[in-house]
Design a protein around this ligand. Sequence first.
Ligand SMILES: *Cc1c(COP(=O)(O)O)cnc(C)c1O
Length: 228
Amino acid sequence: MDEQLLRTISAAREDVLARIAAAAKSAGRDPASVRLVAVSKVQPPDRIEAMWAAGQRVFGENRVQEARERWSARREAGEDFELRLIGPLQTNKAREAVGFFDAIETLDRPKLAGALADAAAKLGRAPRLMVQVNTGEEDQKAGVFPREADAFIASVRTDYGLTPEGLMCIPPADEPAGPHFALLAKIAARNGLDQLSMGMSADFETGVMFGATSVRVGSALFGERKAH
Ligand SMILES: *Cc1c(COP(=O)(O)O)cnc(C)c1O
């Protein structure tokens, strides 16, 4: 273990945790009600080792294959940690994802709901689920549009027998995040969902202010990513 790297990564984690706690307190919330998801996609193994050594046990990954390469050994060793899929999921990888992840945050279409339900039945394993909402209605982004969200959530429950626990969003990069987080919280509340995955390195404190129960933080914890 590179001691210098461990110090740097530990300090970054402590800083992010302190900022989450401060944002929670100023919003009148219990800091323990916000979970830090360390987004480890693309990060080199030594940084992930350091984050693990710093005590972090909840990680987010964008791609099924990459996640398996990075985390299978720890899974097989019986280590206790939580892995969340936060990137788009292709239907033909649903089974692999259900078998590997503890939570899938990117449920956003009926076909995927069907594939996840089938896989859960076959594997006897049901990761927690979140519905991704495309709050900015951006063409290039995954997620159901806000006006479709209520019907989609109802269909996920009744047609596919799935029980999503909450909602996730990625606001447009060029807009203030607050209104998007507020919209996500409103959609969740009217659908009886109490988990909100919102906020990244640039805006996790805003996420906490608007009720995030988990924030997905990559570069502020690990340092900048190299391009995929
Ligand atoms: C990469 C990614 C993050 C983390 O982004 P940072 O800006 O590095 O914190 C969070 N959520 C999703 C869905 C991502 O793809």
